[in-house]
Ligand binder design. Structure first.
Ligand code: AMP
Length: 472
């Protein structure tokens, strides 16, 4: 109430105006989000990793009235705010101190909630999408409420649930999916500043629900003493934001006795598809459409594909955002005439209705006229002995248009795992055109904060090397 009061009444920020926030995770940052919802202001969180040039773009594009930043970035924030006409700048530190909390300390503790309609914009989150500069996805109060109620029910939140929260707060996963469920349930959250495997293991015994990106699970499994004893109180482990490898799913099951529930969503839609709470959770799939979400999988002509065939995944429902911020042409491009949002993901549905994602459509490789879905090749490589994980990309090739290239992380002690040995092993499993023309070993795949492999970084890095490489 105090935060809402300062924003609305003292600073005079009007309904529908933006509050930009680039701060470390803290309970106060969450209160700031809730204050914006309560005051009818648009909460606009920014990844703490964004450098100056990107911030400048976001402030210019979104035109916020307030910018709340970390104390260390204040001089830069002030300069950018002057250049972009942002009238108010405050700081908020990870420990909750800063000029923002100071300003709010003596504010009134009563606030009349500003009435919002389902269609009113609640948040603005930028996403890089498939092409061009990041676009702001406007999520409405109706979108957030619909999705939160659905998830609260689908994942069986119950009395006594305690959420262990280790995700960042600037992304839909940590801010909406995790916090909304706990808040709707009136649950406690164990609010960790960031993910760190040892800290997580200390807190897990006091929690019942955990949500993470796949990397969190692989890091937990990398701790030799992690096991059942840490999970005795746990009811549910959920994974999303990036593909959970089948071997992680299985290893986690073996080590802890828990079956990770994988789900699929995106900034523009929050959650769409989820493995069931009660019912089989299939490794490598993201499950079934959530209640209230309808999906289609279509071919290039716009026709629904048959079971087992790959196509473009479309979604529709009260969870789906209304538009990109000030980009009507982009919004129009990414919706079909009958109101489905084109997710940019490629997927197939099996006979039981479970959906498997096979990659982003922009990552599809077309080599010599044949389509290669990176996920299919990655899956085969990942299952080979001595391989930890892989990413398959297309790089320009004079003859084939694009060539399939695999970037592989292998077990450090396996000198016997080579480009040649992997290709020989793949020959029995994949059609010739799908076998990577070149396999490059690396110590680690580049990932963003949500654990997504940055394929554009790999493409930039290996583009030239691979084109002149052996076999390419
Ligand atoms: P973002 O907008 O940053 O949340 O990214 C959304 C994208 O993450 C989706 O379009 C998918 O490509 C990917 N994604 C989310 N959940 C999963 C999942 N469980 N498995 C594979 N990819 C996922």
């Amino acid at each position: 109430a105090r935060y809402a009061h300062v924003l609305s009444s003292e600073l005079g920020i009007a309904k529908g105006e933006r509050v930009a926030v680039q701060v470390e995770k803290s309970p106060q940052a969450l209160f700031l989000y809730l204050a914006c919802l309560r005051a009818g202001l648009i909460y606009f969180p920014l990844n703490t990793a964004y450098p100056r040039a990107e911030l400048d773009y976001f402030l210019g594009d979104a035109e916020p009235q307030v910018f709340i930043c970390a104390p260390q970035t204040l001089p830069m924030a002030q300069e950018l705010a002057i250049a972009r006409n942002v009238p108010h700048v405050y700081t908020l530190d990870a420990d909750g101190s800063g000029s923002w909390t100071e300003r709010c300390q003596s504010a009134q503790t009563a606030f009349d909630t500003v009435v919002c309609q389902a269609d009113d914009t609640a948040t603005l989150l930028y996403t890089s999408g498939t092409t061009g500069r990041p676009k702001g996805a406007m999520l409405s109060h109706g979108n957030l409420a619909a999705n939160s109620l659905t998830l609260h029910h689908a994942w069986g939140w119950q009395d006594g649930d305690v959420l262990l929260h280790a995700l960042p707060l600037f992304h839909a996963h940590g801010l909406f999916v995790a916090c909304h469920c706990a808040l709707l349930n009136g649950s406690s959250m164990l609010f960790l500043p960031k993910f760190e495997a040892r800290a997580l293991m200390n807190w897990l015994p006091q929690a019942t629900v955990f949500m993470g990106v796949p990397t969190y699970y692989t890091r937990l499994l990398a701790e030799a003493d992690f096991g059942r004893q840490h999970c005795a109180n746990m009811r549910l482990f959920i994974s999303g934001s990036a593909p959970l490898l089948e071997q992680t799913f299985t290893a986690f099951q073996e080590r802890t006795g828990h079956t990770i529930l994988e789900r699929y969503g995106m900034t523009e839609t929050v959650m769409n598809i989820s493995n069931p709470l009660n019912g089989p959770r299939h490794a490598g799939t993201v499950g079934l459409p959530l209640p209230g979400v309808s999906i289609r999988i279509i071919d290039d002509q716009g026709n629904d594909v048959d079971v087992g065939h790959i196509g473009r995944l479309l979604v529709k429902g009260d969870n789906v955002f209304k538009a990109y911020w000030r980009r009507p042409e982009k919004t129009a491009e990414e919706f079909t005439t009958d109101g489905y949002f084109i997710t940019g993901d490629l997927a197939l549905r099996d006979e039981d209705g479970y959906i498997t994602l096979v990659g982003r459509s922009k990552d599809l490789i077309i080599t010599g006229g044949y389509n290669v879905y990176p996920k299919e090749v990655e899956r085969c490589i990942d299952l080979l002995d001595g391989v930890i994980e892989s990413a398959v990309i297309g790089v320009p090739h004079n003859d084939y248009g694009e060539a399939v290239v695999a970037v592989v992380v292998k077990d450090k002690d396996r000198a016997d795992v080579t480009d040649e040995s992997l290709r020989v092993a793949l020959e029995t499993q994949l059609g010739g055109y799908k076998i990577p023309k070149r396999i490059i070993f690396t110590a680690e795949l580049p990932r963003n904060a949500m654990g997504k492999v940055l394929k554009n970084v790999l493409r930039d890095e290996y583009c030239y090397q691979s084109a002149v490489g052996r076999g390419a």
